[in-house]
Design a protein around this ligand. Structure first.
Ligand code: ATP
Length: 361
């Protein structure tokens, strides 16, 4: 079984209270994170929150003002990058264009002092691993973007680093390639068991690929949990709205039930806050049924392929967005009177600064 952050183990990667100022920006402000050995942790957050800086500090490419980086129990904070035993895959275009796929991988091995006669077998093994066994002799510029990233991944893995660092490796690729390579990264990481930190600003990518997701804001980690844990029990509204769509609404909660005027009672997940709360109602937790006395009406229905999104207007309230199966939404038309019911949802203590809202991408 995979271990979770906080179990503590000598072979983990530990970022311990990292501080780093860049110009007049506090890029890292006490950031801490443990990547348990053998797992893939995604570092997720909005642009500018410090993800790349954290990765660069871990790689030894960026200095620290305070804090420590430990890998396998060893403090590497002041070890130069080339002696840290990391391998990195960048956003894109990092291959040597005048070298073939095989030569690109072999070159990385040469730099690490792997003897020439041992290289060919390692090159072939790793190009196979990324599904490019038959592309060894193609030049980098003859490969698609997705294939180039596969070669970059093969090159990173071939040197058998103790830590694999992926900095938005998929964001320069088009949607279909991105999804297939994302699944490949998941497979390859599980197969090789290499400890991996994966930086992304794409929440779906993070949820799909990672054992655990660390959500960052303003230079610090806000929450670390499994994808399911983060989705179901975000610790605050920032995490809730960053991980997937959600309806947010103020309510009064007691005895496991929240009351929202115009909505009817909403059952709460155990552990939810009491009193004045913010309900986090995911669109898939809203049921749209037969009309009741509350005068809810369909505002619009959007077909999204695998499901339909239905926006329901309630008098004097913000709209509620529901996600329905396409079949269940087929008969709904704007203006139809409907009734809303809700699955069990989490409630957070109210943040004074936040307002009700619907955050649906
Ligand atoms: P993105 O997803 O946009 O790459 P990020 O989360 O990776 O963002 P960083 O690249 O780590 O964020 O940057 C953190 C902050 O530090 C940002 O506000 C950025 O503008 C700032 N920053 C980064 N590099 C420098 C630099 N060399 N000088 C000054 N400020 C910098």
């Amino acid at each position: 079984a995979r271990r979770r952050a906080g179990d503590g183990d000598a072979s983990d990667v530990v970022l311990d209270g990292l501080w780093r100022r860049l110009g007049d920006v506090q890029a890292l402000a006490g950031m801490s994170l443990t990547v348990p050995a053998g797992t893939l942790v995604a570092l997720l957050g909005p642009s500018g929150c410090g993800k790349t800086t954290a990765l660069r500090v871990l790689a030894g490419l960026e200095d620290l003002d305070a804090g420590a980086v430990r890998v396998a129990g060893r403090d590497v904070s002041h070890v130069p990058a080339h002696r840290r035993d990391n391998a990195m895959v960048f956003q894109a275009f990092s291959l040597m264009p005048h070298m073939t796929a095989g030569e690109n991988v072999a070159f990385a091995l040469e730099l690490r002092g792997v003897p020439r006669r041992a290289r060919a077998a390692i090159v072939d093994e790793h190009l196979e691993l990324v599904g490019l066994g038959s592309h060894r002799d193609r030049y980098a510029h003859q490969l698609s973007g997705g294939q180039q990233q596969r070669v970059a991944l093969a090159r990173a893995l071939a040197v058998r680093p103790s830590v694999l660092l992926l900095d938005e490796p998929l964001s320069a690729l088009d949607a279909k390639v991105r999804v297939s390579l994302r699944d490949e990264i998941r497979r390859i990481q599980s197969q090789t068991g290499i400890t991996t930190l994966f930086v992304t600003h794409d929440q779906e990518e993070a949820l799909v690929v990672a054992d655990q997701v660390a959500v960052m804001r303003a230079g610090a980690v806000v929450q670390v949990d499994t994808p399911r844990g983060l989705y179901q029990r975000p610790r605050d509204e920032f995490v809730a709205t960053f991980i997937g769509a959600t309806n947010r609404v103020r309510a009064l909660a007691s005895d496991g039930i929240a009351l929202v005027e115009g909505w009817g009672p909403v059952p709460l997940l155990p552990g939810s806050a009491q009193g004045e709360v913010t309900l986090l109602v995911r669109p898939e937790h809203v049921r749209v049924g037969a009309a009741d006395s509350r005068d809810a009406r369909v505002a619009d229905v959007t077909f999204l392929g695998t499901h339909a999104q239905v926006r329901v207007a309630l008098p004097g309230r913000l709209d509620v967005v529901a996600q329905l199966r396409v079949d269940d939404a087929a008969s709904l038309r704007p203006g139809d009177a409907v009734g809303l019911t809700f699955d069990t949802v989490p409630a957070l203590a109210v943040e004074r600064s936040a307002a009700d809202g619907v955050d649906v991408r």
